[in-house]
Design a protein around this ligand. Structure first.
Ligand code: MSP
Length: 508
């Protein structure tokens, strides 16, 4: 079995400071990356910054800075964000790095050699904010100004000499590919949007610009720079040292297992990217998952709307793990979601403090009083085996992850937390002081439940999960998903360490 796993997030435009939407994409990807890691996969998890194009050039000009200096500054804030969000990314790519520039220019040459590029003139609408070209029927007029109907962003008229990619040639092969790979685009509803867009007909795509300079030069014509999306999408292979397809990284990790993206950039990932790759005779990624937006009220966050939710403020007030837990549990994955202080505080109080925190606290306190903080021996009864049983079906959980069923995974976790607390209450070990074997067995089972649940929680709230697992002597290197199912992994006789309060209840 192939035990390599390659997951990517979109590389961020360093034109605005990081907001909750950015944090969301990254946390989702980190969840999958961490799960795969503890399931024994070699995980390559890529993120980074997308630094070329008119949008960045204009943002730099507004700040009276050279584009590269501007990018150095803002890219750093995204790199810092990876630490703040406790991401387990294994690389951070910047599209201004030589490894990327070299890769993009090589891909361009392959497309040229494969007769996929021709010179013509682009006349039409362009949105700098989306870095996207739009057809006439995708434009609406409001108060004399033109906007894209899909993204709502302002468009401007462009007329210039441009190289074109023969996207129209790939209409049928793309439709065939979607049909043969029904899970290439998820969720299902978004796949249908993409298919109907392609069925409406694909026009050749303008893939170079001549009227500004902040981009990667076309290797065979230095007057043009490469369209920023062709440049940016290539990051997924430039980080694997493409064009050196014999390179170990490329051999191990391409094609990617999954590109996690927001729904606004699905067209680029599900149409343009596979078309570029097919045209270059390269393998296609296995999946593109377009998640929904984190809304501020009912609207998408954006600088122009001045409604940006700052993840750093929430982390400072409530802690990172609370935010991670909230985003993974409360947002129905694939759909839009939002954050309210009330819902976040409820999550912290009911799930994290009462359910998980309390279970850990009371079981360990009881174990300290009655078993000297040592894992006791056990003689299982039916009740004990029953409560441990649901954790045995590892493949069910793996399947949920492989189909990006985050919410079902989270519901399973919550059910198990309830079941564990109920088990401890119902068994009333405090009334079994004259039946040491029974008391010991209940403590063993409860400790084992904590160990299992904490392993399952690792992808969600890694810092807290490791704090708890540490009491069993488990750390980031030794945590292992497979061991979750086997109660033999919890060794009788080992001394446990104490635990501090995990989550403080918020008084309302
Ligand atoms: N640079 C491009 C991606 C290039 S990938 C080859 C880009 N950058 S972005 O900074 O605008 O967005 C990065 C990611 O954040 C995208 O997946 C986008 O969908 C996501 N989000 C931006 N705002 C968002 C929300 N409000 N909610 C959820 N995700 C959103 O697009």
């Amino acid at each position: 079995m192939n035990k390599n796993f390659y997951i990517t997030t979109p590389i961020y435009y360093p034109s605005a400071k990081p907001h909750m939407g950015h944090a969301y994409t990254s946390i989702i990807a980190d969840f999958f990356a961490r799960f795969k890691k503890i399931d024994g996969f070699n995980v390559h998890f890529l993120t980074g910054t997308d630094e070329h194009g008119l949008k960045i050039q204009r943002s730099a000009e507004k700040n009276n800075m050279k584009p590269k200096d501007f990018c150095d500054q803002i890219s750093k804030t995204f790199e810092d964000l990876t630490k703040i969000l406790n991401l387990s990314n294994t690389d951070f790519i910047r599209t201004t790095e030589n490894r990327h520039i070299n890769s993009v220019q090589n891909l361009w040459k392959i497309l040229e050699d494969n007769n996929q590029i021709y010179l013509s003139k682009y006349t039409g609408w362009y949105s700098v904010s989306d870095e996207a070209f739009y057809q006439n029927d995708e434009i609406e007029t409001k108060e004399g100004k033109k906007y894209s109907t899909s993204s709502g962003s302002l468009v401007e008229w462009v007329e210039e000499e441009s190289f074109f990619f023969k996207l129209s040639e790939w209409e049928k092969p793309l439709l065939k590919f979607y049909e043969e790979n029904p899970k290439f685009i998820l969720p299902e509803a978004r796949k249908n949007e993409v298919i109907s867009f392609v069925k409406n007909g694909l026009k050749d795509l303008s893939v170079s610009r001549k009227t500004f300079s902040w981009g990667i030069k076309i290797p065979t014509n230095e007057q043009h720079i490469i369209y920023v999306w062709l440049d940016a999408l290539t990051n997924y292979i430039s980080a694997l040292n493409f064009p050196n397809t014999k390179d170990n990284l490329y051999k191990k990790f391409w094609p990617a297992d999954i590109h996690i993206i927001g729904k606004d950039i699905l067209r680029f990932h599900a149409i343009y990217w596979p078309a570029f790759l097919m045209a270059a005779s390269l393998p296609l990624p296995k999946r593109v998952y377009g998640h929904g937006w984190i809304l501020s009220g009912d609207e998408k966050m954006s600088k122009s709307k001045n409604n940006i939710l700052d993840p750093l403020e929430i982390i400072e007030q409530y802690g990172l793990d609370a935010l991670r837990y909230y985003l993974l549990k409360e947002v129905s994955f694939g759909n839009d979601g939002n954050i309210s202080q009330e819902k976040l505080e409820n999550c912290i109080n009911s799930d994290l403090a009462n359910n998980y925190g309390n279970l850990c606290q009371r079981v360990l306190a009881f174990c300290e009083k009655n078993c000297d903080l040592v894992v006791p021996s056990h003689e299982f009864s039916k009740d004990d085996l029953n409560v441990l049983l649901p954790f045995e079906n590892l493949n069910k959980l793996r399947n949920l992850i492989d189909n990006q069923n985050i919410n079902v995974y989270m519901n399973f976790l919550i059910e198990m937390l309830f079941a564990s607390n109920k088990y401890f209450n119902d068994q009333e070990p405090w009334k079994k002081k004259d039946n040491k074997i029974r008391l010991n067995t209940i403590v063993f089972t409860a400790l084992e439940l904590i160990r299992k649940i904490s392993i399952l929680l690792y992808p969600v709230i890694p810092e807290t999960s490791l704090k708890v697992l540490k009491i069993f002597g488990i750390d980031e290197k030794t945590i292992n998903f497979e061991s979750m199912s086997k109660h033999e992994s919890l060794k009788v006789g080992i001394s446990l360490s104490k635990i501090n309060i995990l989550f403080k209840k918020i008084e309302k």
